[in-house]
Design a binder for this molecule. Structure first.
Ligand SMILES: Cc1cc2nc3c(=O)[nH]c(=O)nc-3n(C[C@H](O)[C@H](O)[C@H](O)COP(=O)(O)O)c2cc1C
Length: 183
């Protein structure tokens, strides 16, 4: 007996009896489905993923080495060398997205090597377009810059843009181009 027998049985509207051969087919299939789901979930974790800071303070006693071994280890050197850090994020509940916040929190291990002598920019999109829509994000960005001792080189807030197709119809991409060219 296999999946075809089970489907034919179910299509006839017949119940599957507990302990029957068909019941065993159902159990085997659901186990296979679980394994496949676990495999797919595992693959969802891409090599580029940056996991959240554990606040374990391993870095404090290990010369700034982070205990987590993920994509952030390749970013640290690039971040330290960079003249400029550009934060690009959609507005999520009036702050940065969780993905970029995870990267910023992981600055913690290498903070001493990251502070000072850098420029920074903020590019953000949002659905809302009220005069206060970007206020909290802007304040957050400015506070990070004060703490890191980095200098703001420009901010661009593409408000009223729920999806890519909308922003492409606006002047915001051109403004981003001009901002980049102004450096
Ligand atoms: C989880 C989530 C939270 C959001 N929170 C806000 C919000 O607080 N304010 C707002 O105006 N738009 C909010 N939005 C809308 C996005 O900021 C907006 O669609 C953005 O332009 C998406 O950019 P993207 O196409 O790069 O993902 C939210 C969207 C999502 C998916």
């Amino acid at each position: 007996m296999d999946i075809n027998d089970l489907l034919a049985h179910l299509n006839r509207g017949e119940a599957v009896e507990g302990g029957s051969e068909l019941h065993q087919v159902m159990i085997d299939l659901s186990q296979k489905a679980l394994k496949l789901t676990a495999k797919l979930n595992g693959q969802y974790h891409t090599p580029e993923e940056v996991k959240p800071c554990l606040a374990c303070e391993y870095c404090a006693s290990h010369d700034g080495q982070c205990v987590r071994k993920d994509a952030m280890n390749t970013w640290y050197e690039k971040l330290i060398e960079a003249d400029m850090i550009v934060f690009v994020t959609p507005l999520y509940y009036y702050g940065m997205s969780a993905q970029i916040k995870a990267v910023i929190d992981r600055f913690h291990a290498y903070n001493a090597k990251l502070v000072g002598n850098k420029k920074s920019m903020l590019l953000a999109t949002s659905y809302g377009a009220d005069d206060w829509t970007m206020k909290a994000l802007e304040k957050n960005y400015e506070s990070i810059l004060s703490f890191m001792n980095w200098n703001d080189a420009g901010k661009l807030f593409a408000t009223g843009c729920p999806v890519r197709e909308v922003i492409e119809q606006t002047n915001f991409p051109n403004q981003a181009y001009i901002l980049g060219k102004s450096l």
